[in-house]
Design a protein around this ligand. Structure first.
Ligand code: ASP
Length: 583
């Protein structure tokens, strides 16, 4: 037997017992007459003691030669500690060691394996297996496992069955680039890794499985942002004979269950907002509604007054930043520079300070009288001491710009409280969005999403105005889930693909298998997928998904631990019929 107990298990009730423990050495404190070792495993830390009066001399010598992260096994007696540590569960006892075996030695680790480490991000990623020995990382993986269990139990309890779908497939249109895998036995042909199991889960509905779910890896070759990973996990779900309302209720139920079990927070009904309203009030289809700072559209109040910038804009819109009228000129200049950065792209920022004494000072005083600005202040419901910040331009550009500013200010002002949870359904997304570069419509969700039946009549005449039966679940400004009611009729699916610019041949080549399946009695169906990594991170009180993934990739999509991606041997390339073109 390697151990009778774990390192997190023993306490005062075990005093006097003979035990065997095994684990890693976290620290050795050699005080001459007595040596202490902190022995660590997944469950905790137990203090070992070797002292001149009670321990065999050779054993003390052996203990002194040990190093950090050595793997050892000890037998000994549980004794009471003289100076107790109330911060850990084993803090009142220690083990008086009688026997010690070294199970494995260790090099000196490249960083200290303690809660507060001296290791930078890069080195910890390279030695991720050592980083996982640290509580802050290990605890996140344990938390992730717990969320996965809750999801599985909840959905299984509701009659969903977990089905695995293939990883080597044909392209799935989720709007990103595919990762491809060459086929050796089919020279020149490639599999694509699934961006999601979308078409498979629809086929499972045609197959009659009725309720499907899967915790599944998805792969998207996108330009990476700090919170994106090229491979990520979804809770992917699909249901038959349901309407949008059924899906929303089912997955609101799942989310409530998670919030209750993990956070102890109960929710009544989640609020809902249409896409159009979310864009108008927050400039964003995933608004963080934990705080206000809602958009105030000011075309009527501020246009046709000789201020060209506003007069020529499609939209003049502002936010009221409470209690920030005291911002100095320097702070305002800095904010102006912030919105002018290429990532945001605004051309300038107008401010109206509503000072504590009731006076008004703005960057557009030349163009507007105090009375006019007062009207704006009233519209914004601003109080003395508040600051109004305004942007203008084309609606399509100015909304995301002001939304970014709103989020930045909320971050700086501490309004994004990680202990508060504000879920929201955003519904009625547009079916299509115009792509300037490609000069054609793209599916806003994906090509299998059903238009709202009442909008089908304008599909040909005003495609841009057609709304979809598509929905997103938003939590604290993050899209944690999204889905739609699907098209299950072959003709409508064909029409949708042609709107998206597919020729009949292309549609047949890419999605013939699905349209064919629709000829064999496809039930009405709908579904949703949750971004599992992000959901776990948010429930864990953080937004960085990387921390909740055992072996994540870095910002350049590299796994620096195993050094992937990497070159492959010439022979492998030859076998795959692939030639690398160097320029
Ligand atoms: N396949 C979709 C996605 O990955 C989700 C869905 O429509 O169910 O976003």
């Amino acid at each position: 037997m390697y151990r009778t107990h774990t390192c997190g298990e023993l306490n005062e009730s075990n005093i006097g017992q003979k035990v065997i423990l095994a684990g890693w050495i976290q620290t050795i404190r050699d005080k001459g007459f007595v040596t202490w070792i902190d022995l660590r495993d997944r469950y905790g830390i137990t203090q070992l003691v070797f002292d001149e009066q009670r321990t065999d001399k050779d054993l003390i010598e052996k203990a002194r030669k040990l190093g950090r992260e050595y793997v050892i096994q000890v037998s000994g007696t549980v004794i009471e500690r003289s100076s107790k540590n109330p911060n850990i569960s084993t803090g009142s006892i220690e083990i008086l060691v009688e026997k010690l075996s070294i199970l494995n030695e260790s090099l000196v680790p490249p960083f200290t394996i303690e809660d507060d480490t001296d290791g930078g991000e890069e080195i910890r990623m390279k030695y991720r297996y050592l980083d996982i020995r640290r509580n802050p990382v290990k605890d996140k993986l344990i938390f992730r496992s717990k969320v996965a269990q809750l999801v599985r139990n909840y959905l299984s309890g509701k009659g969903f069955i977990e089905v695995e779908t293939p990883v080597l497939i044909k392209s799935t249109p989720e709007g990103a680039r595919d990762f491809v895998v060459p086929s050796r036995i089919n020279p020149g042909q490639f599999y694509a890794l699934p961006q999601s199991p979308q078409t498979f889960k629809q086929l499972l509905m045609v197959a009659g499985l009725d309720k499907y779910f899967q915790l599944v890896k998805c792969f998207r070759d996108e330009d990476l942002r700090a919170d994106r990973q090229p491979e990520f996990t979804q809770i992917d779900c699909e249901m038959s004979f349901v309407e949008q309302e059924d899906v929303l209720n089912t997955f609101e139920g799942l989310t409530k269950h998670l919030l209750k079990e993990l956070k102890g927070i109960s929710f009544d009904k989640f609020p809902r907002m249409t896409y159009a309203e979310a864009m108008r009030r927050y400039g964003n289809d995933k608004p963080d509604v934990r705080f206000g700072m809602e958009f105030i559209e000011l075309n009527e109040e501020l246009q046709n007054n000789g201020f060209k910038v506003f007069d020529e804009a499609e939209l003049v819109v502002g936010i009221n930043v409470e209690k920030c009228a005291s911002y100095t000129r320097k702070q305002l200049d800095e904010l102006t520079d912030w919105v002018k950065r290429p990532q945001i792209g605004a051309s300038g920022l107008v401010y109206i300070r509503y000072n504590e004494d009731g006076s008004i000072k703005s960057s557009v005083d030349k163009f507007y009288s105090e009375d006019q600005l007062k009207i704006v202040i009233n519209r914004a419901n601003a109080q003395p001491g508040d600051l109004l910040l305004l942007l203008s331009g084309s609606t399509k550009k100015v909304r995301p710009q002001l939304s970014a500013l709103r989020m930045e200010l909320a971050e700086r002002l501490g309004l994004r409280n990680p202990d508060e949870y504000a879920p929201l359904w955003v519904v009625d997304f547009p079916l299509l969005e115009w792509d300037e570069d490609e000069n054609r419509y793209l599916a806003m969700h994906h090509p299998f999403t059903s238009p709202k039946p009442e909008d089908i009549s304008i599909l040909d005449t005003k495609p841009g105005e057609v709304r979809a039966n598509a929905y997103d679940l938003v939590l604290n400004g993050n899209e944690i889930g999204g889905g739609s009611v699907r098209i299950y009729n072959k003709e409508l699916q064909g029409k949708m693909l042609s709107l998206l610019g597919f020729t009949e041949e292309d549609a047949e080549a890419q999605f013939g298998f699905l349209m064919n399946a629709f000829k064999f009695g496809a039930p009405p169906h709908a579904g949703i997928a949750f971004g599992f990594d992000r959901l776990v991170a948010i429930l864990g009180g953080q937004e960085v998904i990387r921390d909740y993934i055992a072996f994540p990739k870095n910002n350049s999509g590299r796994d620096v631990m195993i050094d992937a991606p990497s070159y492959i041997y010439k022979e492998q390339l030859k076998e795959l019929n692939i030639e690398i073109i160097k320029d």
